[in-house]
Design a protein around this ligand. Structure first.
Ligand code: FDA
Length: 488
């Protein structure tokens, strides 16, 4: 198993339960040992060496605050959040045992069923909604927002302001389930538990409260006694072994990214679960360099950013958003059908009153990029163009131009460097690159090689209409069930 994110964790658990030994190889750290401050994870407000993957300077998604740049120098370390730069876009990803579950906002959204055929047209939607989405939600520990508490909780004042403005402009407002332990958050708010979400912890890890994969699927997988995990090990190659199965080349890393050792192992079957970017980069390299020449021409294609764009709005003085803001978003504005945008109401957990409303929009962008191998440079490249984000901004504006007009407010210009109103340079939601039923068959079996599978976000062609991890998990549940029944 290459990678320990959502797809990898589901596959490892189900394979182990079927009596199959699994070895998971993870390039990031295990994140189970406290640092010198007694905490495993750094705080969002004070990034340190633990925060970023092999960078010497932080690259915060909100690069300025009140107009002042906030990035700072750090020591190069195998930290938890990778801000991976391609020519037209920075792709944020979790690094460590648990993948993106370590750094994400926990928003656990099942897409509306009538939108599903636009996401994965070759998959039986009835089966997904009756069986695999419920299985994924249960496995992840997804829970609804406790509404009575939410209505009066100080830490969701920002979300209630977001709801008020959405409703005053006649947009559907929805609550979004989360994997954070709501009881724990209520205890944080009451002053009875060590603060995590209420201390702004999220993108560099949560020391408490969040049900990450190491607490759910991976804990169950380990309990079978059939799953071994090797952190700080990166898979660099997979090729057919002479005696059958596959030879997997692995590089062991130290915490500065240096090579400690190179190893090869043989596996009967290999699952690519390195995430959309990790799997796509590996596969285009292996096809181009002759390790897996029979991979088809679809490998690398169909990559999208889930239409992510961010903006902030400046509220009037009578609409404060609160000094304590839960780092776990709980609500969204759904204008998908009319305007192609679904916006989550995001926190600005600075600890001071900012009068800001921040939004991450997911938009119905048609743009798709392709990964390819640049032999001269010795690296995979992505054909994304920055200008494509204009389409997404246009869709997000169907919500926020209207709200600004109604409220008499304006966009904030102090969050994204210079006087930019929109963050058009990143995604949190990379999807595609080894699309289901194109690069693979309809269950993730890679064309050209028996025993090679893709089981992560690269199967999904660029967009899920909402935050993606529940769909990645549900699709993995579906595919691994079929693979176990028919291939093993
Ligand atoms: P994932 O990226 O989780 O796991 C892949 C793993 O493989 C990683 O641990 C990586 O280190 C490892 N790997 C890569 N290459 C390797 C190699 N060559 N060898 C060994 N290991 C390798 N989604 C959502 O639904 N709700 C939300 O609230 C959010 N919020 C959010 C915030 C932030 C800051 C980020 C960065 C992302 C989100 N997401 C999110 C997105 C979500 O986390 C993401 O879609 C999933 O983690 C993707 O799951 P995968 O299983 O595809 O890969």
């Amino acid at each position: 198993m290459i990678g320990t994110g959502y797809g990898g964790s589901v596959a490892a658990l189900r394979l182990a339960q079927a009596g199959i030994d699994v070895h998971m190889v993870e390039m990031g750290m295990s994140w189970d040992t406290p640092g010198s401050d007694g905490k495993i994870f750094a705080n969002t407000k004070s990034p340190d060496d633990r925060s970023f993957w092999l960078r010497t300077r932080t690259k915060q998604p909100l690069s300025s605050f009140l107009g002042f740049p906030i990035d700072k120098n750090v020591n190069r370390y195998t930290g938890i959040l990778d801000a991976e730069d391609f020519a037209g876009i920075t792709v944020y990803q979790g690094r460590g045992v648990g993948g993106g579950s370590l750094v994400n906002g926990g928003m656990a959204v099942t897409p509306q069923r009538d939108r599903f055929s636009g996401i994965l047209p070759s998959v039986d939607a009835a089966e997904m909604y009756s069986k695999y989405y419920p299985r994924a939600n249960a496995g992840l520990g997804v829970a609804d927002v406790p509404l009575d508490w939410w209505e009066s909780a100080a830490c969701y004042k920002y979300a209630r302001v977001g709801r008020k403005h959405a409703e005053r402009s006649n947009f559907p407002h929805i609550f979004v389930p989360n994997v954070y332990d709501w009881d724990y958050m209520a205890q944080e708010a009451a002053g009875n538990a060590t603060k995590s979400a209420l201390d702004g912890e999220v993108i560099f890890g949560n020391n408490h409260g969040k049900k990450t994969l190491p607490k759910t699927y991976l804990a169950q997988a380990k309990a079978t006694g059939r799953v071994a995990i090797s952190p700080l090990h990166e898979v660099t190659s997979v090729s057919p072994a002479s005696g059958g199965g596959y030879t997997v080349a692995i590089r062991q890393l130290d915490t500065t990214g240096g090579t400690v050792a190179t190893k090869t192992v043989t596996a009967d079957r290999v699952f690519f679960a390195a995430g959309s970017v990790g799997t796509s980069k590996l596969l285009v390299k292996l096809r181009a360099t002759g390790a897996l020449p029979n991979l088809n021409g679809e490998v690398g294609k169909g990559w999208g950013d889930n239409g992510n764009v961010m903006c902030g709005r400046a509220n009037h003085m009578w609409d404060p958003t609160g000094t304590v803001q839960s780092a776990m978003p709980s609500t969204g504005i759904d204008n998908w059908n009319a305007g192609g945008a679904f916006a989550e109401v995001a926190p600005v957990p600075t600890g001071i009153e900012t009068y800001a409303s921040l939004y991450l929009s997911i938009t119905n962008t048609p743009h798709r990029a392709e990964f390819s191998w640049n032999a001269a440079a010795g690296k995979a490249e992505l054909s994304w163009q920055r200008a494509w984000k204009e389409t997404s901004i246009g869709m997000a504006k169907t919500i926020f131009d209207k709200i600004n007009k109604k409220e008499g407010t304006i966009y904030r210009t102090d969050f994204f460097g210079g006087t930019k109103q929109w963050n058009d340079s990143l995604t949190y939601h990379p999807l595609g690159g080894a699309v289901l039923n194109k690069a693979t068959d309809n269950y993730g079996r890679l064309h050209g090689y028996a025993g090679l599978y893709v089981i992560d976000g690269s199967l999904i062609p660029g967009n899920t209409s909402v935050n993606p991890f529940v769909t990645i998990t549900a699709l993995a549940e579906r595919n691994i069930e079929k693979i176990i029944a028919t291939d093993l």
